[in-house]
Write a protein that binds this ligand. Structure first.
Ligand code: ATP
Length: 265
């Protein structure tokens, strides 16, 4: 189990600057994590866990990773459904192992993605395994500061469906941060981050941002959009290759910057 836990350690080379928009969220996380956890002011109880919630692909994993990066902490990227499906009956032992390894490699941030997979208000739907896994997780969360430990292990959890979480979970995560879809300014920033080093001066960023917000694109959608656009640039630059391969160069996806990601959904 410890081996599995060690394999969940992910590199966190993300910085706050790699995340477009979300200014308030970044400041909130910085305050909560760096001030309340690192400095541990006596007047305030540090948060044991923070819940990030919002639509898919809006940067929750990125935020957790940047938080770990800013603390130089060991980052555990745990997808609850993966642990459950792989170690069904023994998933609670994985949780214990993760926190053991996290304490040994502190400071650590344990990021539990899809925490809703472990809990649902309709308790009949919850399997015994996920219930046990959840109760171990909550015990780990509870136990940490009570022991007055100096070791720093913070838990960040994420969900797209906060309304599915039951009170037992919500009460353990009194600090909840909403991670919204990007607005126009954030969209422009995300495009810039995902096209670093490329000449995008010909792009009408305002028009793209407006369209993207109208279509409710997430950060992930915008990244995909940029990938498509970059591919188109690469195709243009490699026109000669088509001649060599005796293939016609099709003016494919001229409009892909606008339409592709939606079609892919
Ligand atoms: P899910 O809820 O589906 O797990 P998530 O909210 O955790 O998604 P991420 O995994 O953090 O989303 O984002 C997916 C990818 O989309 C990132 O790796 C990044 O490339 C891009 N992305 C999303 N949001 C942003 C953002 N605000 N700034 C820059 N890139 C972003």
């Amino acid at each position: 189990f410890k081996e599995y836990a060690r394999n969940l350690i992910a590199k966190s080379n993300v910085t706050w600057g790699d995340i477009g928009g979300l200014d308030e969220v970044k400041v909130l996380m910085m305050e909560t994590i760096v001030i309340s956890a690192l400095q541990r002011p006596k007047a305030i109880q540090p948060w044991k866990g923070i819940l990030l919630f919002g639509p898919p692909g809006t940067g929750k994993t990125l935020l957790a990773s940047a938080a770990a990066g800013s603390l130089n902490a060991t980052f555990f990227n745990v997808k609850a459904s993966n642990v459950l499906s792989k170690y069904f009956g023994e998933s609670s032992k994985i949780i214990t192992a993760i926190y053991d390894v996290a304490r040994k490699n502190a400071p650590s941030i344990v990021f539990i993605d899809e925490i809703d997979a472990l809990t649902t208000k309709r308790s009949n739907d919850t399997s015994e395994a996920s219930r046990r896994m959840l109760s171990t997780l909550l015990t780990e969360l509870e136990g940490f500061y009570d022991k007055g430990s100096d070791v720093l292990v913070l838990t960040l959890a994420a969900t797209n469906t906060p309304w599915d979480l039951d009170e037992a979970v919500l009460s353990r995560f009194p600090k909840r941060i909403y991670v919204p879809l990007p607005d126009k300014k954030a969209t422009r920033e995300i495009i810039k981050i995902n096209t670093k080093g490329l000449d995008i001066s010909k792009l009408d960023l305002d028009a793209i941002a407006e369209e993207s917000v109208r279509r409710l694109y997430s950060g992930r959608d915008i990244r995909n959009l940029c990938q498509e656009a970059i591919w188109n640039m690469i195709r243009e630059e490699n026109r000669d290759l088509y001649k060599l391969a005796n293939l016609p160069f099709h003016e494919l996806n001229k409009r892909s910057l606008r339409t592709r990601p939606l079609e892919m959904r």
